[in-house]
Design a protein around this ligand. Structure first.
Ligand code: PLP
Length: 401
């Protein structure tokens, strides 16, 4: 008998499992709105032109070798990533108070940040929004932090439970870490307004909580890289400390390249440099050093003003297509007279709409219409096209009537 005979089968990942089920479906009308990856109007994955261009340049450069990067990754990439999230003129960067390390996309950046905090930060509680991206509690628990939730979403308004959020963060242990989605909250698509962010900032600073930003959608939400980083920049402008995990999966379409960055903004340069020395001790036994290809692409684009500009144009086009899908779905439901208020479809921000459909309605839509999404009713707007909107609208209409 196998020495592993006692291993029990684990459940599929709730998000990635949706694609597993979708792949098994043989219907020609099947539609995958589960996965958080951009699709073109033709339903195809997209490689940005500027990424292809950068790759060509890298391939043709025979001086490039495949040596190991250092533990913290590609230095240019790290500098440029910090500028991208904090702003080119950020005083924290000018003061050398920021340490940035290249990590394995957003997930890896969160994990490295969490491992560092578990070892070197005095308070082990991390407050995450309810609901949040399903991987958050697992990442933080496995790093040894103690996960608590704060109220975030109000199902009644399909908007922010701002009062609940303030109450729960106000009641958090002093010094607790607070996980914040920088923009385009996943799964709800609900973000605080700038005025609300300012109140959250004041509360966090007055209670000496430690903000940890997850920035997986910079530029992808509004189409503007600066606008989508406002929340983070407000917290850096006050001179206080924070962490930020960046992903280039969505905004550069580099999903499988696993390229991201963790920045820790400190109060002084010597602290930042000591923090970086400890980040190396976290990273070295985990995966030694990060991969070179994706970071080289990102650095090539960020440091060349012409390629940077081309990127922003392509990024805006992706954001705009998603906004147009929101509008089209909303109009299709209005045209069908589907009962209920569906204005949240156009109010919510980013890749996802949190439809408010319950798990039975989702199961019905999968069974009868071959539409796949997570059981919490979250749909990826990026997986829709003008061709598939009517099918989805028919399915939602049938599910709620
Ligand atoms: N954080 C949030 C909120 C996300 O939605 C995602 C991706 O779906 C990630 C982080 C990390 O993704 P990746 O590790 O692919 O960069």
């Amino acid at each position: 008998d196998s020495v592993f005979a006692a291993v029990v089968r684990a459940p599929e990942d709730p998000i990635l499992g949706v694609t597993v089920a979708y792949n098994k479906d043989t219907s020609p009308n099947k539609l995958n709105l589960g996965v958080g990856a951009y699709r073109t109007e033709e339903g195809k994955p997209l490689v940005l032109n500027v990424v292809r261009r950068a790759e060509q340049i890298l391939v043709n450069d025979e001086s490039r070798v495949k040596e190991y990067l250092g533990i913290t990754g590609l230095a240019d990439f790290n500098k440029l990533s910090a500028k991208l999230i904090l702003g080119a003129d950020s005083p924290a960067i000018q003061d050398n108070r920021v340490t940035t390390v290249q990590c394995l996309s957003g997930t890896g950046s969160l994990r490295v940040g969490a491992e560092f905090l578990a070892r070197h930060y005095h308070e082990k509680t991390i407050c995450i929004p309810n609901p949040t991206w399903g991987n958050h509690p697992k990442i933080f628990n496995l790093a040894g932090l103690s996960v608590k939730t704060y109220r975030y979403y109000d199902p009644a308004t399909k908007g922010l439970d701002f009062q609940g959020l303030l109450e729960d963060l106000g009641a958090a242990p002093s010094g607790a870490i607070v996980l914040l989605h920088a923009c385009a909250h996943n799964p709800t698509g609900v973000d605080p307004t700038l005025e609300q962010w300012e109140q959250i900032r004041q509360l966090i600073r007055s209670k000496q909580l430690l903000p940890f930003f997850d920035s997986a959608y910079q530029g992808f939400a509004s189409g503007s890289l600066d606008a989508d980083a406002e929340s983070v920049r407000m917290f850096v402008a006050d001179g206080g400390e924070c962490l930020a995990a960046q992903s280039y999966a969505k905004n550069m379409g580099l999903y499988g390249e696993r390229v991201g960055a963790l920045s820790i903004v400190c109060k002084a340069a010597d602290v930042a440099s000591r923090v970086e020395s400890q980040l190396k001790l976290v990273i070295r036994p985990m995966y030694s050093n990060p991969p070179i290809h994706g970071a080289s692409i990102v650095a090539a684009i960020l440091k060349d003003s012409e390629m940077y500009r081309e990127w922003t144009v392509e990024l805006k086009a992706m954001a705009d297509r998603i906004l147009s899908m929101r509008q089209q779905l909303f109009e299709a439901l209005s045209a069908r007279g589907t009962p209920g208020d569906w204005s949240h479809i156009i109010k919510q921000i980013g890749m996802f709409t949190f439809t408010g459909l319950n798990s039975e309605q989702v199961a019905f839509m999968t069974k009868e219409y071959h539409i796949y999404m997570t059981s919490d009713g979250r749909i990826s707007m990026a997986g829709l096209s003008s061709r598939t909107v009517p099918h989805l609208a028919d399915a939602i209409h049938a599910a709620v009537t």
